[in-house]
Design a protein around this ligand. Structure first.
Ligand code: ZN
Length: 246
């Protein structure tokens, strides 16, 4: 007797990018397949729509779930889009994030001009000449960087002795994808955009990179070093994951 060997089934990708038409809208989403799932789940976060489904779920099932949830998906995605593309309007009265709070730009014409100054919840910008959005943005980002360096240096001055480490240098970075890094030579780079976030989050990133001076990995030993000065590091790390850089 002869057996016909069954042809092996094509292997489905675990993660793929797809698009579809919902109502009159064209949307893209990430499809994830998992052997552990029993149902189809939808999630919308800062990365957009993610659909998780069982490994062998049919396309029909997927299609019907998406059509059923169409209005919910479109609603949530719209909110997300608004939050994502809402840029700062660089003008007098605009609010910008700083150390976890909102501060208001206060643009004042001034014959001589002066460096930006924080007065309570306002950032005073004294500008000589025309206050174009470009000039305001440039001044504010320069100010952000100065503030960032100051905050980072204070943080390091506080935590490095407690952790018994000494970084070689602290550098500002503007990486699009990470908040901080630590080189084998002991150079710590910290994203200047961190200065927009609250102090506990800034502390966590600084502590994380300082801990790499002891443990150049993410082992249990590494997390013990982090926990020694930051007991709630797990919550902070989770919170940080939901914030996009930039
Ligand atoms: Zn790390």
């Amino acid at each position: 007797m002869m057996f016909l060997r069954s042809r092996s089934k094509p292997v489905l990708p675990a993660v793929e990018q797809r698009s579809l038409q919902l109502s009159d809208q064209h949307i893209t989403y990430t499809l994830k397949r998992s052997g552990k799932r029993r149902s189809i789940g939808l999630r919308i976060d800062e990365r957009g729509l993610t659909v998780s489904m069982p490994l062998r779920a049919s396309e029909q099932w997927l299609h019907s779930v998406l059509q059923d949830k169409a209005s919910w998906v479109l609603d949530k995605l719209e909110n997300w889009q608004v939050a994502k593309v809402m840029p700062i309007v660089w003008q007098d009265g605009a609010t910008i994030p700083f150390r976890g709070e909102e501060i208001t730009l206060c643009v004042v014409p001034d014959l001589f001009g002066a460096p930006p100054r924080l007065l309570g919840e306002s950032l005073l910008l004294q500008l000589n000449g025309v206050a174009t959005p470009q000039r305001i943005e440039k001044l504010v980002s320069q100010w952000y960087r100065e503030q960032a360096l100051q905050v980072f240096e204070e943080c390091v001055a506080h935590f490095a002795p407690l952790m018994e480490v000494a970084p070689r240098t602290i550098r500002l970075s503007s990486a699009r994808t990470q908040w901080g890094s630590c080189s084998a030579r002991g150079v710590i780079s910290l994203n200047w955009q961190l200065v927009k976030l609250s102090l506990p989050l800034i502390d966590y990133v600084v502590i994380h990179e300082l801990a790499h001076l002891k443990e150049m990995n993410h082992s249990a030993a590494f997390w013990r070093v982090v926990a020694s000065v930051c007991p709630d590091h797990k919550e902070l790390r989770t919170a940080l994951r939901d914030i996009r850089v930039g």
